[in-house]
Write a protein that binds this ligand. Structure first.
Ligand SMILES: Cc1ncc(COP(=O)(O)O)c(C=O)c1O
Length: 417
């Protein structure tokens, strides 16, 4: 049973309130003991910032008022709208502004960047991924290997993350690309991004990162860490909304010489220099920026919502978020730890330096989906299940509360017996 007094949680919230007021909190299902959902699924879909609707509405008004003219004549001309997100996005991941671009969706960006950076040649053909990689990444690397005429079963090597440095030391000459999740979606483990990047480079391989669960969650220094490329989505910790545009990073050293015209790239008109884009020439002008990987017309309404969300992050700053994240996740851990080894097992590293705002629990017996369903229906505690037996709790420092954590522990204790 959770013996921590509710008053302690409420007092912690009063002392350390976060920015919940800037978000819309879903109501709890009827019959739950509190009116608001205790929302722990922000690592799947972040909550809606209060300002998002007005930001989208403003661009809808440009559309109704000016239609096509808005591409150039809107208050925020649509033709340069993606650039409005650049500084905030770059700051979040520790990149120079020209190293990031907001575009497409994560897996699409992964393919676009692998088209450039996965160059199998001779013996060096392998792609290393984690054995618990997110399925889309597994499919994407298999698809790339096959597209190069290779057998994915041989070209793709799946390993526990802990074994990757040793594999690189022993077999590095066969590895073309190391592609890992910065934070593992299932366990919530934060990998040693700079260390693995350095080991990949030492072996002569490219280091690419899927930061879906890391961007906006933990401090990142992609430029200083020398990552070759990274991709992430913006609908989780970045609160950009369902299917919000993704983002990517290409290190400055790959952008030299006009985005290095020699680098192969899958191209489209949005990747040409915006100053000549509408000259409608058949050849492109390369720009020395991640923008060179853009292909198509950007989705302005999605960008508008994301811009509002990034503004909240920019106000908070990663340092504030990360500090509150550690306090909140540590508090949830202290409530769940007494149950670990019993009805649940905590599978996220307990070292705060090796995780972000997620605690995953393996349900010892019975049906994890059924348990998660009861947590929601009876207690208004919304966490998500990753089959077959893991429930993930993400106390998001922007809007989650200590009281949410207390409710989660109460509900788990009540439903696990
Ligand atoms: C780690 C990880 N990689 C990739 C994806 C796929 O993202 P998308 O559907 O935006 O391509 C997800 C989605 O949740 C994810 O969690």
């Amino acid at each position: 049973m959770n013996t921590h007094p509710e008053q302690d949680a409420l007092a912690a919230d009063a002392a350390d309130p976060g920015r919940r007021a800037e978000f819309l909190i879903p109501p709890a299902p009827a019959g739950a003991p509190y009116p608001e959902t205790a929302y722990f699924a922000g690592n799947s879909l972040g909550l809606q910032p209060r300002d998002a609707a007005a930001a989208v509405q403003a661009e809808l008004a440009e559309w109704s008022g000016q239609a096509v003219e808005a591409w150039f004549a809107a208050e925020r001309p649509w033709v340069t709208y993606p650039a409005l997100l650049r500084e905030d996005m770059a700051a979040l991941v520790g990149a120079r502004p020209e190293e990031t671009v907001v575009m497409n969706a994560l897996t699409v960006n992964l393919h676009l960047l692998m088209a450039t950076f996965y160059r199998p040649e001779g013996e060096r053909v392998r792609i290393l991924i984690e054995d618990t990689a997110f399925p889309s990444d597994s499919y994407a690397v298999a698809g790339q290997a096959a597209w190069h005429g290779l057998d994915p079963a041989r070209a793709v090597v799946r390993l526990p993350a802990a074994d990757i440095p040793a594999y690189l030391a022993a077999e590095g000459g066969t590895v073309a690309l190391v592609l890992l999740g910065g934070i593992n979606y299932l366990t919530g483990e934060l990998l040693d991004i700079p260390g693995i990047t350095a080991a990949a480079h030492e072996a002569g391989a490219v280091a690419g990162w899927d930061l879906a669960h890391a961007a906006g969650n933990v401090p990142l220094s992609l430029h200083d860490w020398n990552a070759d490329f990274a991709v992430w989505c913006t609908y989780k910790y970045l609160n950009g909304g369902p299917g919000a545009p993704g983002a990517c990073f290409v290190h400055a050293r790959h952008l030299s010489g006009g985005a290095d015209p020699a680098l192969p790239r899958l191209t489209g008109w949005w990747g040409t220099d915006e100053r000549v884009r509408f000259e409608m020439r058949p050849d492109r002008d390369h720009v020395p920026a991640a923008d060179a990987w853009q292909v198509s017309t950007p989705p302005i309404l999605g960008l508008a919502a994301l811009r509002a969300a990034l503004a909240v992050h920019a106000k908070a700053g990663m340092a504030e978020l990360s500090a509150r994240s550690r306090r909140l996740t540590g508090y949830l851990e202290s409530l769940l730890a007494p149950m670990s080894g019993g009805p649940i097992e905590l599978i996220t590293p307990s070292d705060p330096a090796r995780r972000g705002a997620q605690l995953s629990v393996r349900v010892a017996a019975g049906d994890a989906a059924g348990l998660a369903g009861r947590l929601h229906a009876r207690h208004g505690v919304l966490a998500d299940v990753r089959n077959p037996d893991v429930i993930r709790f993400a106390p998001v420092p922007l809007y989650s509360t200590y009281h949410d954590c207390w409710r989660a522990a109460q509900a788990l204790a009540a439903e696990s017996v």
